[in-house]
Design a protein around this ligand. Structure first.
Ligand code: AMP
Length: 417
């Protein structure tokens, strides 16, 4: 028997109410804030990701699904959503539209990780990007939209972490200081961080190992080493977040796993802390579009893992709007009436009334048992008597109450008012 590949999952019918609920809230908010949907392919040129995410990041070094197609091209299954959006922005000349261009997406994401709860090899992200404007008002808008998204799902006890990691002018000096701080403590670092110190030193700050965390607490803070432009951008952002009453906490250890971030970074975390718990995160990436060959184009974005949001919703045990299903079962007494029952089934569907039933070769009793098992509210029964008199019997399956309806009145009787 085949099974789903390790780290992937089927989203079964009973799970769909969660996904639909989350997507509905996300989409409604994006439209409210003026974001438009963009869909990009599941795979792209490998170079797009290597260049933007950064060749020394965990994603590029260890996690990408890269393959050669039959034409000899190196392709990669999308390991994140932002670079493809920027590629599309450039490819379709969206830089010629009034800026910023605001886009959102739902995308499947592929990373070869060690699967565990909340961490999969295929997961799904809802994300949005606001491209073409450096104003901190757009960082504030992205953070607000992310926060309103979780609030609209009634998720409680979340925290909003904020940091600024500077730009290409001020970050190199900060990284030098960070290395100077860590060098005397090398023996106290985990093996991964010892390796990262040279090539990706920012990531030492968010290592989840206890010994590294202790060291990170005392590490120099990027916000103490910002250039004047980054400092005033960050100050203006904080003022705007306060005006929006967004309850952020500054966290100097927040850096994020992709190299393209500049200035603002933020994350939303659920009440229980843990490596696999971050619900969503984002930030500014002012150099990414230039890296892809465009003119310097500042941008800011956010993405959240749908599976983690669904896990949080399940934990919160909130009632969800059900997915509409047929509540009426068409049954027949006597095989000779089945064709008429089938005709009625389709007549009702054409009229916009959800119905199911009329299975082959079952007694009326067996059909009604099936209707019960399916949780139907009502059954429409066609028997000899109904055929003769041009009527249908409508039975309430919960109470057993029955009414006889003339066929011409049936649709108006059943149509929801
Ligand atoms: P990132 O693209 O790493 O910034 O991740 C954005 C969000 O996607 C995270 O906050 C998680 O909610 C989710 N996420 C990232 N990686 C995984 C994964 N392997 N499995 C499930 N969700 C993930």
């Amino acid at each position: 028997m085949y099974k789903v590949p390790r780290g992937t999952a089927d989203i079964l019918p009973q799970e769909q109410a969660y996904w639909r609920f989350v997507q509905g809230k996300a989409e409604a908010l994006c439209h409210l804030y003026g974001y438009q949907r963009l869909d990009t392919p599941v795979f792209e040129d490998a170079g797009l990701f290597i260049r933007t995410i950064g060749p020394t990041t965990d994603i590029v070094e260890k996690e990408m699904y890269t393959f050669q197609d039959r034409g000899g091209k190196q392709l990669t299954l999308r390991p994140e959503g932002t670079a493809p959006v920027c590629r599309a922005y450039l490819e379709h000349g969206l830089n010629n539209l009034p800026q910023p261009v605001k886009l959102y997406y739902f995308a499947s994401i592929y990373r070869y990780e060690r699967p565990q709860k909340g961490r999969y090899r295929e997961h799904h992200q809802f994300g949005f990007e606001s491209i073409g404007d450096a104003d901190p008002a757009l960082d504030a808008e992205a953070i607000d939209l992310a926060w309103q998204f979780y609030s609209s799902l009634s998720l409680k006890g979340l925290s909003l972490k904020l940091n600024s990691i500077g730009c290409r002018a001020c970050r190199p000096d900060y990284i030098k200081r960070l290395r100077q701080y860590y060098e005397p403590h090398i023996s106290g670092l985990c093996p991964d961080c010892r390796e990262r110190l040279e090539k990706n030193s920012l990531r030492l700050l968010d290592c989840k190992q206890a010994s590294c965390q202790r060291l990170a607490l005392e590490a120099p803070k990027s916000t103490d080493h910002l250039c004047p432009a980054c400092k005033s951008h960050f100050d203006a952002l904080k003022v705007q977040l306060e005006a929006l009453r967004l309850p952020y906490d500054l966290d100097h250890r927040l850096v994020r796993g992709l190299d393209y971030y500049t200035r603002t970074v933020f994350e939303v975390q659920p009440p229980e802390e843990g490596a696999q718990s971050t619900l969503g995160g984002g930030g500014r990436y002012d150099d990414l579009i230039e890296e892809l060959g465009g003119r310097p184009t500042p941008a800011v974005g956010f993405a959240t893992g749908m599976e983690r949001v669904v896990l949080s919703l399940k934990k919160a045990d909130l009632p969800l709007p059900p997915i509409p299903q047929p509540r009426i079962f068409v049954a027949y007494a006597g095989e000779e009436n089945r064709d008429q029952a089938l005709a009625l089934l389709y007549e009702l569907r054409r009229a916009g009334i959800g119905v199911t039933g009329a299975p082959v070769g079952k007694s009326l009793r067996a059909q009604l048992r099936q209707a019960d098992a399916l949780g139907m509210a009502q059954a429409l029964i066609l028997g000899e008597e109904e055929m003769r008199s041009g009527t249908v019997l409508l039975r309430n399956l919960a109470t057993g109450e029955q009414v006889i309806l003339p066929r011409p009145q049936l649709i108006s009787h059943l149509r929801p008012t």
